[in-house]
Design a binder for this molecule. Structure first.
Ligand code: PEP
Length: 249
């Protein structure tokens, strides 16, 4: 059994490309007007770049932290359209997703590029949430562990101190946005495998989030698993009540 208790639960929303000034204002207002989350859980939202200032202004001083959904693998310069980790720090971000499957698949992000993004984030004082997970096809072919290992390898090649500074999110692609979450046992199996890899690299206490159709109903069974330290939440994060139900488990 791993030491579940030593790792503070983290519930993180990923708004993806679903936002507008008006919709954000009402979502933020609903999040802030609910009773604050327990101190035993960290809560954060990762929002589209253009809304960082709005989210910073709304959440500043609250218990809810914020971050972005991607970051450049370069620190600055002639990289049109990219956003550096230091720019995210200008908006007091604490978090940034790297290697979300929607970026790995749609933007052909390589495993190495994702690890470089994590390094940029760490160098700027952000915590990268390093996303991994297999596709439906890979799942059916029994390739989950091999896929996750290949995705994590460039991260595991970094110094233990760097690896210890990340959060890993296991998000099976077949469970994202499908309403078909992995079972707690399926997720725990992969989380335990990821934990064993992290342990070998001297970073066994890194938090490992599960992501993929988490909601207020299935969260408690997932969170009861010894190596599931919280959730990365997509669809349900757009509904304050549902998101806070997950955070309140
Ligand atoms: C995600 O995109 O990170 C995610 C987990 O989405 P959903 O919760 O909607 O499956």
């Amino acid at each position: 059994m791993t030491n579940h208790v030593a790792r503070k639960r983290l519930v993180m929303g990923n708004w993806k490309m679903n936002a507008s000034l008006e919709a954000n204002a009402s979502l933020l207002n609903a999040l802030l007007s609910s009773p604050p989350c327990a101190e035993s859980v960290e809560v954060a939202v990762c929002v589209p770049f253009p809304y960082l200032a709005q989210v910073q202004a709304a959440l500043f001083g609250s218990a809810i932290q914020w971050g972005a959904q991607d970051v450049s693998s370069e620190s600055q310069g002639a990289y049109t359209g990219e956003t550096s980790a230091q720019m995210l720090r200008d908006f007091a971000c604490e978090w940034v997703l790297v290697g979300h499957s929607e970026r790995r698949l749609r933007h052909a992000e390589s495993h190495e590029a994702v690890a470089l993004k994590a390094v940029q984030a760490l160098n700027a004082g952000l915590t990268p949430v390093f996303c991994v997970g297999e596709t439906d096809e890979q799942h059916e072919a029994g390739e989950t562990e091999a896929v996750v290992l290949a995705q994590l390898q460039p991260l595991l090649d970094l110094a233990a101190a760097s690896v210890s500074g990340v959060v890993v999110a296991y998000e099976p692609v077949w469970a994202i946005g499908t309403g078909k979450s992995a079972t707690p046992e399926q997720a725990q199996h992969v989380h335990a495998y990821i934990r064993s890899l992290l342990k070998q690299g001297g970073a066994g206490q890194v938090r490992i989030l599960y992501g993929g159709s988490v909601n207020g109903t299935n969260a408690s069974q997932l969170f009861a698993m010894p190596d599931i330290d919280g959730a990365l939440v997509g669809g349900a994060a757009l509904n304050a009540e549902e998101f806070l139900r997950i955070a309140a488990v």
